[in-house]
Design a protein around this ligand. Structure first.
Ligand code: AMP
Ligand code: MG
Length: 521
């Protein structure tokens, strides 16, 4: 096997000079060298073949013991030097100081077809940044990360990816609901892939320590490899960089809102500098449309990271990044202007996105009212977001409001509630919608095709992931394979997989793992 290793991060940026793997504060360095823990009895659960090929592995490589040994942490590929990154972050609104890759170890970078990729193991043992934790990950959270990052990729949402999911053969002690009930679980390792895993927090840590020198190096490195359109010699490169990060972040958030994804832990250490969805922890998917929903039980009280807050939290996080970067320029005005731009752009792009979900190509001055009215009606009686928008495409211009309600009827969790005032509100909204549809030049068929490219039929509903986890615990991985195949074509009509286009079953409503998730992983 010939891997086209092209390391840059650990060659061009300052390293922690201490090489023993001890927990400590690391200053003036972007990373520390560490070696993955050799797993006791590793076995492959699932491998993402198409991603493997995209990285330049041959079909023979993909099935080889050599590659398996690398992605399971059993061996270090020759001439490579694995490392963990140093970063800080604001957690739930408070500065938390140094965090770092506590259980992520970067293996190496690959350049293939003019694209740069970093491979990283999550759950491969203690690092310099593990603090009091063990550096490991359990099977349940690793299945969730593996399946969801691939699902997001196929939905067209910017995300880190997952090349492989491996059982380590080691046992890992966890207290799932933080209530004193610790138990041993199966350990697992995910091999994640992204152009880079640099986060907002990688920049924040140096600003917090008044380390201008390392901060500047990291900014220049990031521009050089990942924001190549920016001129490294330009005096405005820092603000240009910030503006570019801001745009990418904004795009990612719009995509989350489009598909009903709730990240759950939007701390600044979980914000990718490339605008990728990163760190799949207690995330969840909206079933009933509900702006105040978060799956994360750790956030139950304040709901800081609920669905409806994601656009404003991203802005808050961008403020923190701006605070770090402004340290290099001492000019606050351009940053303030950029952040103002986010506010107006997110409103515009959100509206465009909602219009596209509704299949509308023409703009109308009442669009804001129409979409926000819809959002509030969707919340009046629990209405499944995915089913509602998917079914909406079946409406024809000649339908009446009664027919519209019939078409989307499957989306209601409690159809008996659709009466009186709620029914009236739906009828009013559909009357408006039908008027808009009749003002569209596109035919019903054309609109349906467009809408079905925007509104997915299949998403990784929380209970689906949990079913795959329960089966996998017994050693049966068939459901992981099945879900992976469904989620690879989220916009298609897959007759043999129709059963995944249904509302969340009642048994899953309050089940741990389905509607409630903690950060324990
Ligand atoms: P997260 O909430 O997963 O984003 O993690 C926040 C911080 O805790 C990061 O610095 C992680 O690397 C670290 N962390 C989370 N779980 C573990 C673990 N099991 N062992 C070591 N560090 C961890
Ligand atoms: Mg994290």
């Amino acid at each position: 096997m010939q891997i086209k290793v092209s390391d840059t991060f650990n060659r061009e940026l300052p390293a922690d000079p201490i090489k023993d793997n001890t927990r400590r504060q690391v200053e003036k360095a972007c990373y520390s060298f560490v070696t993955p823990k050799v797993p006791k009895d590793p076995s492959l659960v699932h491998f993402t073949n198409d991603l493997g090929l995209e990285l330049g592995f041959s079909k023979t490589d993909i099935g080889s013991t050599e590659l398996f040994n690398i992605i399971s942490g059993s061996t270090v590929y020759h001439n490579t030097n694995p490392y963990s990154m140093c970063y800080g972050g604001h957690q739930f609104g408070n500065w938390a100081g140094q965090l770092g890759d506590g259980r992520a170890i970067n293996l190496f970078e690959i350049e293939h077809n003019n694209k740069r990729w970093a491979l990283q193991l999550k759950g491969a043992g203690e690092t310099t940044y593990s603090r009091t934790a063990d550096g490991l990950a359990v099977l349940r959270s690793s299945i969730r990360e593996h399946l969801c990052s691939e699902a997001m990729y196929h939905l067209g949402v910017p995300t880190t990816r997952s090349l492989a999911l491996t059982l380590s053969g080691d046992s890992v002690l966890r207290d799932v609901m933080y209530n004193g009930n610790s138990a041993y679980e199966k350990g697992a390792i995910v091999c994640r892939v992204a152009p880079s895993f640099i986060r907002f927090g990688n920049f924040q840590i140096f600003a917090s320590r008044n380390d201008k020198h390392t901060l500047q190096k990291l900014v220049d490195y990031t521009i050089k490899y990942f924001y190549r359109e920016i001129d490294l010699k330009s005096p405005t490169r820092i603000i240009d960089f910030f503006n570019a990060v801001l745009d990418k972040t904004l795009k990612m958030i719009i995509e989350w809102q489009r598909v009903g994804f709730v990240h759950g832990v939007m701390n600044t250490d979980n914000m990718s500098i490339l605008g990728l969805t990163i760190d799949y922890g207690p995330y969840g998917w909206l079933e009933g449309y509900d702006k105040s929903w978060t799956p994360n039980t750790t956030d139950r009280q304040h709901k800081r990271y609920k669905f409806g807050n994601q656009p404003s939290i991203a802005l808050w996080n961008l403020y923190q990044l701006a605070n770090a970067l402004v340290f290099l320029t001492e000019e606050t005005t351009p940053f303030e202007e950029a952040l103002e731009r986010y506010k107006s752009n997110i409103a515009l792009q959100y509206l465009d996105m909602m219009r596209s979900k509704l299949g509308l190509t023409e703009k109308d001055e009442n669009d804001i009212d129409m979409t926000s009215q819809l959002e509030s009606i969707l919340e009046l009686s629990e209405t499944d977001m995915t089913i509602f928008f998917r079914k909406l495409s079946e409406i024809n211009k000649t339908n009446d409001t009664e027919k519209c309600l019939q078409i989307i009827h499957d989306a209601f969790y409690k159809p008996e509630e659709i009466k009186g005032d709620i029914l009236l509100k739906w009828q009013e909204w559909f009357s408006l919608y039908l008027i808009r549809l009749n003002g569209e030049e596109k035919t019903d068929t054309e609109r349906k095709e467009n809408m079905n490219r925007i509104n997915p039929k299949y998403v990784l509903r929380n209970y689906m992931a949990q079913m795959a986890i329960d089966k996998a615990d017994t050693g049966d991985y068939n459901l992981i394979h099945e879900l992976y195949n469904v989620l690879k074509s989220p916009y298609s009509e897959l007759n043999e997989h129709e059963k995944w286009f249904t509302k969340r079953p009642e048994w899953a409503r309050h089940k741990v793992g389905c509607s409630m998730l903690s950060c324990s992983s």
